[in-house]
Structure formats: C-alpha cells, structure tokens
Design a protein around this ligand. Sequence first.
Ligand SMILES: Nc1ncnc2c1ncn2[C@@H]1O[C@H](COP(=O)(O)OP(=O)(O)OP(=O)(O)O)[C@@H](O)[C@H]1O
Length: 476
Amino acid sequence: MEPLFYLFSGFRWQDALDILLNSYVLFRLYVLFRGTNVIRALLTICVLWVAGQAAVSLGLIITNWAMQGIITVAALVIIIVFRNEISSVFQTKDLKSFLWGIPRHQFHTPLNIIADSVWALAQKKIGALIVLPLKQGLASVVQGGISLDGKLSQELLVSAFWPDNPIHDGAIVIQGDRIISAGVILPLSKRKDLPSFFGTRHRAASGLTELTDALVIVVSEERGKVTLFKENQVYDIRNRLALEKLLQDHAGDDSTKKGVRHQTIELITAGLISLFCITGIWLSFSRGMETLATHEIPVEFINPDQKMEIISSSASNIKLLISGAKPLINAIKPEQINIKLNLSQSVVGVNKLSVTKANILLPPGIRLKKIEPSELDITLDTLIKKELPIQPNWMGKLPMGVVMKEAKAIPKTVRVIGGSLALKDISTIFTKQISLDNLTESGTATVDLVLNPASLKLENKNKIQIHYLISKKPVL
Ligand SMILES: Nc1ncnc2c1ncn2[C@@H]1O[C@H](COP(=O)(O)OP(=O)(O)OP(=O)(O)O)[C@@H](O)[C@H]1O
C-alpha cells in the first residue's frame, strides 16, 4: 500500500485532468479504428513500448535502443501500409463522431434476404460478388468502390448486379443490414489449386478471403452456380438452406444479443485499458524522471510577542533538499516555498526552535528530503526604551593653529528602543564619524547615529546636529 501511496503522493488536480483527457483521446482512437487492421498494429506498438520500458527498468540498453528503433519504423510502416484504412476512417467521420458517440457495429444481418437474393441471382444467371466482412477491416486490401448506405433488401441487392446497372461490376460489401459500398475491386488470388473454370470473379473472392476473415459469395454468370469463399476454403453451394447455414456459422448464432453485450464489455475494457495505459505513462514520466534540487529559503517568523524582539538567529536561511518530477522541479519559483516558524511560545533569552515539515510549504507534487539546519537558536529580548546622551565621534586631527572650544549635540539625548539585554550596558550613543581634518572655523554638522547592535531603533528619526566652536590657538 505504501509504495502505491508514494507513487501517487503529491497527485494534483492537473494530473487527474491530464490523465483523463489523454485516456479519452486514446479511447476515441480505439473507437474510431476498432475493427480495422490499424488497431492491431497500434496494439503491437503499445506492447513494444511496454517491452522498451521494461528494458529501461532492467537496464538493458541495447534492447531498449532496438525497441525504440522498431517502434519508429513500425509507426512509419503503419502510416504507409494502412494509409487507405486511415484515410477511410477520417473521410467517413464528421467532427462530432470524432469527439463523441460510439458507432455500434450492426451485428444483425438479415441472412435470409442475402440467401434469397443470391438464389434469385443464380436462377437468373446474373453474376454477383458479395462480401460480408467479419472483424478485420478491408480498406487496406480493396480498391475503388462507391460508398453507399442502403438498407439491405432483395430488390436492391439483385438490381445492384443487374447488367445494366453502372455499379454491377466489382463487389458489394454488406455490413449489418446495410449495403455500405459497391463496385469494389478485390485482390486477385494467385492460388494454383483453384479450378481452371474459375475466372477473375472467383479469384477475386478467393484473394480477399486469403487476406481477411471476410466471407465472399460468388454467383457465376456463366454457370449460374453459387460458390462461397471463407478462410481459404471454397464451398460449392447446392441449395439455399446450405447457404443460409454457412452464413449463420459466419455471423455466429444469436449474434444480435451476444453482439451488443460483447460490444459493451469490449468498450468498457477499452476504456479501462486506456486509463491504465495513460496512468502508466504519467507515472513513468512523473516518477521516472524524479530529480533532486536544493533551495535556500529565508525563514519567516510569525506570531511574535509585540513587546519582544529577535536579537539574533543562528541562521536566517534554511537549505531544503527537495525531490519531484523534473518538469515540476524546474518550474519552481523560490516564492512558492515558505518556511514559517511560530514564535508565540518563545521566551526572553535563547529559544531552540525545530524546523519540521509542518513549518514548510511546498508546491504540490514536490517532496521534502532534507532540512538544514533542522534547529535554530533564536534569541529574544523584551523591548524597552532608554534615554541615551549623544556623543560626537570625532576622527582625524584639527588643522594646525586651531582648537575646538566646545561641541554640543542637538538634541542632547535620544530615546532608543531595543532589547533590555542589549541596552543594559549602553550608556552613550555615538554619531557616525565626523572628520576634524578640514575644520578651520565654527559650524554645524548634520550626522546620523550609529545603532549598535543593529536591532536598536530610534524613537524619533530626526537628524542630529553637532554645533562646534573653533578658535585660533593663541600664539605663545
Ligand atoms: N478484382 C476484381 N474485384 C471485383 N470484381 C471483379 C474483379 N475481377 C473481376 N471482377 C468481376 O468479375 C467479372 C468478370 O468475371 P469473369 O467472367 O472474369 O470471372 P468468372 O470467375 O469466370 O465468373 P463467371 O463465372 O461469372 O463468368 C467482372 O465483370 C467483374 O464484375
């Protein structure tokens, strides 16, 4: 349970959206291409990709490299070999059916209508070629044809092969209870064991069944005979009942109910597999590229007692070692990390405060590995006010021949606010250094005061003026 928790620790709503969105795209691709050979090829690529990932985790460098090469070549081969199938999927779908809806395969084929029509065609010696696909798509092996969407009826089927009909040449494809295309050119068989009286119509039927799982019915124009082709087998059909029996075997008994249930299970399984695959990809990206980084973050002290002040802290910044997915780590801005220490329980003097995970706020998806230092010494003091006399801080030497008679600060004293410990030993406050070197006559210098330690503050921030009186040295 714990490893699973680790895998999903720091899981963000963005990740959930990411996974759901891409799972849906994968599921839609399956829905659009199911029943075609493209989906089988894509599944093979998925298996290769999983094998490649397994090779990476086992450290099999050459195997992984080979897998990647094979996947690249396979992707190109799919596009080239299945271009007809891919383009037929894109041509027959509008935007809505790309994004939404599940085209149900129509399983209920009125076999009796087909059997009656074939028999009627045979009796009239009208040549016919009828294709009933099963699971495999035909687009990659057939050519030409006109797309139709006509409801199957004996009249339509018989009239389609009527010699005067412009679409009588080629094959008719039936899916469910619809005639979906006519005038389709099938691949010719190269088999040598077919009877010599089989011309191109029969060879075309055999050719398609050699490459797909479709069933093809041929009505001979010359002999008025019916021949059925399926999985490389050739069946000489003597009566209508035998034809219907073979058609039923092809479609499967009770196909309607089984089909709908089967499709629902198939789609739920496809949805779950899509979710599983994309979650796996997300994990391999987000956890596989786990990286470490160090950030130095300033400590923020919260809830201080207003009557106290921080005199010193053993460190003002804390080093954090963090880990997470490389893209997340790279995207971190320092202001997204906060360290807050609560001073509400602190007392005057030295306080040892521990820095724990609870004090640190990290962006989602980032984990904390190390805190350095994990303990701070914070010295606090009670704030007091003290009146201190101002002392000018002279430096250098007066020029020859002059002396300073008097110097006084205005104001004479200032009120300093600071910690009681810091102010205890301070009896004077000095100005910044004032150079004596160029003072030849009396005047006023405006100066700042030096606050040492820096935690001291002045009650009023007025500038200090030093009035000095200079006179000539009496000549002896
Ligand atoms: N590759 C093909 N795909 C689809 N239909 C084809 C193909 N080749 C031939 N046909 C159809 O077969 C007809 C020609 O039949 P042909 O007489 O050569 O064959 P056959 O097997 O002897 O049939 P039949 O016994 O009816 O004469 C064409 O007019 C055309 O409708």
